[in-house]
Design a protein. Structure first.
Length: 323
């Protein structure tokens, strides 16, 4: 099956898988920081992700892009979707919890929409889509529960999380405008993107990643999972979603990351759960459905009469039929 066929046939499955993997990434970052510096976490993440994608490309005999301009575009994408946000989140999680970081990550669709307003005229949001995005953001706030004091922590760290989502917003739109229209296989694009990110981190290592390390099986396993799944395979699914759904819709995957983060906190860290978290989850999912026109499509389908049931118009109908 071709990349285009796979992206178009299974976008929902990739959307859900990506939400789970990226939601768990914040927990793995926190565990990695137990023995590594923020830059070392990013270096290990990108390095293992690059190795995993290169191995898959070799097994599948996937050719990498040959045009220098594509590599140049992917270098920009590597900075915006890998190096910069990864460093910002890893640095922030030294001060704030992984759950709070995942909640801030859910602002990515809002950042993407702002960028798309300028860069992608064909994706300018309708009133319905804006309503869905606002509903999703409201759901994130309900999960956060600011009235409970859940927004505590370093102001600088929280600003870093928002800066990371701004990078994601720029990266989503850049990918859609300059890379996706070329119709290149998502595996080759992800391999180059993550590989370039790993090379950038290697170049920066002497200046930002030379702190002492304290490796444990727990830390090593977290970095490998974070890299191979959350940074390797995840970008294949992400590229597919951007091509199939568009930049703004694809970025709504981050609305689900706080739900995953809360669930992991309960299951692994025994964190308490309050009423606002499941309620917020429902609002988030509803916002995603509204922004992608899912609810409108279902409503139209339910209201459309079957052909066999259509009756001749009478005088009271005024010439109108039910849509």
């Amino acid at each position: 099956m071709s990349n285009k066929s796979f992206a178009n046939k299974w976008p929902l499955a990739q959307f859900v898988t990506l939400a789970v993997v990226w939601g768990a990434s914040f927990l793995f970052i926190a565990i990695g920081l137990e023995g590594l510096s923020p830059a070392q976490v990013v270096l290990g993440r990108l390095g293992s992700g690059a190795v995993a994608l290169a191995a898959i490309s070799l097994v599948r005999r996937q050719k990498l892009p040959a045009e220098p301009v594509v590599w140049a575009h992917l270098a920009v994408v590597a900075v915006l979707l890998c190096v910069a946000p990864f460093l910002l989140y890893a640095w922030a999680e030294q001060t704030i919890g992984s759950g709070l970081a995942s909640i801030y990550n859910a602002t990515t669709p809002l950042m993407t929409t702002l960028v798309a307003l300028v860069a992608l005229p064909q994706e300018r949001p309708s009133k319905v889509r804006l309503l869905g995005l606002l509903a999703g953001f409201l759901g994130v706030l309900i999960v956060l529960g600011p009235w409970r004091g859940a927004g505590g922590g370093s102001l600088a760290a929280q600003a870093a999380c928002l800066a990371a989502t701004a990078c994601y917003g720029l990266g989503f739109v850049y990918l859609r405008r300059f890379v996706s229209p070329r119709g290149l296989p998502s595996l080759s694009l992800a391999t180059v993107q993550v590989g370039l990110g790993a090379v950038m981190m290697l170049v920066l290592t002497p200046w930002i990643a030379m702190a002492p390390v304290h490796l444990t099986p727990r830390v090593v396993a977290s970095i490998l999972i974070l890299g191979m799944a959350g940074t390797g395979l995840a970008y294949v699914w992400n590229t597919n979603l951007v091509a199939a759904w568009g930049a703004a819709n694809a970025s709504t995957v981050t609305y689900l990351t706080p739900i995953v983060g809360v669930s992991l906190g309960v299951a692994i860290l025994a964190e308490p759960v309050s009423w606002n978290q499941p309620v917020g989850a429902v609002v988030v999912v509803a916002g995603i459905a509204i922004s992608q026109g899912r609810l409108a499509a279902i409503t139209r389908w339910r209201r459309k009469p079957a052909p066999a049931q259509r009756q001749p118009l009478d005088q009271s109908s005024s010439g109108r039929t039910e849509a």
